[in-house]
Design a protein around this ligand. Sequence first.
Ligand code: ZN
Length: 148
Amino acid sequence: MRILTIFLTVFFSYVPQSWAASCAVEISGSDSMMFDAKEINVGSECTDFTITLTHTGGLPVNIMGHNVVIVKEADFKSVVGAINMSHGAGEGYLSPESPVLAKTALIGGGETTSVTVDAGVFEKGESYTFFCSFPGHYTMMKGSFSVN
Ligand code: ZN
C-alpha cells in the first residue's frame, strides 16, 4: 500500500498542471443568461487551446442557446449588430462575414461542447471580447479575453 501511494505521488507530480490549466478554458452558461466567468486568460506559451462550454441549465437550445464566440474588442459592436435569426443556429446567428476568431457550437441545457482554437490568431496584449451570440444574450453574456 505504501508503495502504491509513493507511485501515485510520483505519477501525479509529472502531470504538467500549469500547462493544462492555462491552455484549457472551462466556462459554463446557465438558464439565467449568465456565464460563470467575466474574464478568460490564456497563456502565451499555448500553441492552441481548448474551450469547453457546459450549459448548466435545462432550457432547450432554441429558447436559451449558449455558445462562446471570441472577437477583437474593436469588432464587438459590428459583430453583435449583425446577429440575426436568419443566419441560423448553425452559424450561431452570426453573419458569415463577421470577423470571428473562435466559436463553439450553440448548445442547450445539459449539453457540453468544446472547440480547439489555434492560438496563433491572437496577439499578446490585444483586447478581445468573448460572448454568447444567441440573439439578445450578448448584453449579459460577455467578458474579456486575453493572451498573456
Ligand atoms: Zn446564450
